[in-house]
Write a protein that binds this ligand. Structure first.
Ligand code: MG
Length: 347
């Protein structure tokens, strides 16, 4: 299969901090299969970087693969031959979906069978920083209807900043994500405070792999508990029964839309709520996820709102976070004229 690919550096508007790191840019790999666009946004935490992505996509390009229209067959064969490497697989899967829906002349969401007219609102993420700087970012995001606050680096600061944020934003919807930064004891201190402050739910309170502790925490938790780092692929979900209320699906963890759709189905069978998230991504991967948004309960698709140099048009986002899908065939993404030279090798 011919897969054209090129690295690209996304620049963040503000330095972006989470419990385990802070960054100023994000290196992605863009792909093209026929007319289809794809994207990988690799994460060191999941043992990927642009080099491993380029290498893995090279391996996939060298495989004897079935009809590329049969996206599920292709995904199954790639998964059988290559372990992990979710974001590299996503770059192929997204491009194949764009290619297929473009060839059929329909927007991708129609292949997935749900109407995108229901209101879809993404949260806007506030990264970890000093309390003053986080409050400045909260103020800057005053038009956003839903905020997601990154916590988990310092419990005292977490509690302080959340009290300040609640004072500043009135009754706005606020979610928190500890990125696995709390111990069980710290989570037991934090969650009742978060509940008193009217936080909607908490994402990944404990370190990845702490399933038994999550079960303990959930027994007395005053808030719904979601996991992100613990819900990579479909096979992870049965192990979470009784330990969580919801899961965060990301294309860069699942390996793309085929596996993400399987995860939605499995989550429903276990009674989990479904959140759809993202990494720092251009509008290629954000729009791909947005086509799946009508199937999910909560959206966190702000990865492209945090960058200053998104080369693509596609899904659009109103100031309050309301997402609109393109109605053109495929993903509906296109290169902005000012980036055509940078991406010439893919055009
Ligand atoms: Mg998360």
């Amino acid at each position: 299969m011919e897969i054209r690919r090129a690295p690209f550096r996304l620049k963040l508007i503000n330095p972006f901090g989470i419990a385990r790191s802070t960054r100023t840019h994000s290196d992605i790999v863009l792909t093209r299969i026929g007319e289809g666009w794809g994207e990988s946004s690799p994460s060191k935490f999941y043992n990927e970087d642009p080099d491993t992505v380029m290498e893995t996509i090279g391996k996939i390009a060298g495989m004897d693969l079935p009809d590329p229209d049969c996206v599920e067959d292709v995904a199954d064969i790639i998964d059988a031959r290559i372990q992990a490497n979710g974001s590299a697989k996503a770059a192929v899967d997204i491009a194949l979906h764009d290619r297929l829906a473009s060839r059929l002349g329909v927007p991708l969401y129609k292949l997935f069978g749900r109407n995108p007219d229901k209101k879809m609102v993404t949260s806007f993420t506030i990264g970890i920083d000093t309390v003053d700087e986080m409050m400045r970012k909260v103020d800057e995001a005053k038009n956003c209807a839903i905020l997601k606050i990154k916590l988990g680096k310092d419990l005292e600061q977490d509690l302080t900043v959340m009290r300040e944020i609640r004072k500043a934003v009135g009754n706005k919807t606020v979610r928190v994500d500890a990125n696995g930064g709390w111990s069980l004891e710290q989570a037991r201190t934090a969650l009742p405070v978060m509940a008193d402050l009217g936080v909607e739910y908490v994402e990944q309170p404990l370190a990845k792999g702490s399933h038994e502790q999550l079960r303990e925490l959930k027994k007395s938790s005053p808030l719904p508990i979601f996991v992100d780092e613990d819900s990579m692929v479909n096979a992870d979900l049965p192990k979470l029964a009784g330990a969580v209320d919801g899961i965060n699906i990301k294309l860069m963890k699942s390996g793309g839309l085929v596996e993400a759709r399987r995860m939605v189905a499995t989550a429903r069978a276990f009674g989990f709520q479904v959140m759809l998230g993202c990494m720092i991504e251009s509008n290629v991967a954000i729009t791909a996820a947005a086509h799946l948004a009508p199937h999910c309960d909560y959206l966190d698709l702000d990865g492209n709102l945090l960058i200053s140099n998104d080369p693509f048009t596609g899904s659009t986002c109103e100031p309050d976070g309301t997402i609109h899908l393109p109605s053109t065939p495929g993903l509906g993404v296109a290169v902005r004229p000012e980036y055509k030279q940078d991406l010439a090798s893919l055009l």
